[in-house]
Design a protein around this ligand. Sequence first.
Ligand SMILES: [Fe+2]
Ligand SMILES: [Fe+2]
Length: 135
Amino acid sequence: MALFTWDDRFSVNVREIDEQHKRLIGMINELHDGMKSGGGKAAVAPILKRLVDYTLYHFSTEERYMAQHRYPGELAHKTEHKKFTDKVMDFHKKFDAGTAAVSLELMTFLKSWLTDHIMVTDKKYSKHFNDHGLK
Ligand SMILES: [Fe+2]
Ligand SMILES: [Fe+2]
């Protein structure tokens, strides 16, 4: 069974962003599968790299729309992205150096961070984006 399943409750009412969130969830599941496969570092390294890159791409999409539509909550939202990015980059560095591994603890953190961030922080921009024609 997948670690993380998309649920319509996650929708932020913007199609492009929902699609990106679905892809992130898919990549978190892939990382979880890679971890369970027993292939060790070699099995998870490329998945982790793609997840990190796609997360940055996703944050830049949201931040571009926030700037473009003068979203009032932009600064607080960007701060959350930055804190998460710093944490993930730090983990990635340790992973590459061989001093950290993908663990169930990391998977739980990724899943709960993304769930909370979508449900609380991302959902706050829905009305503003919809009012500015983004759907
Ligand atoms: Fe966000
Ligand atoms: Fe998001």
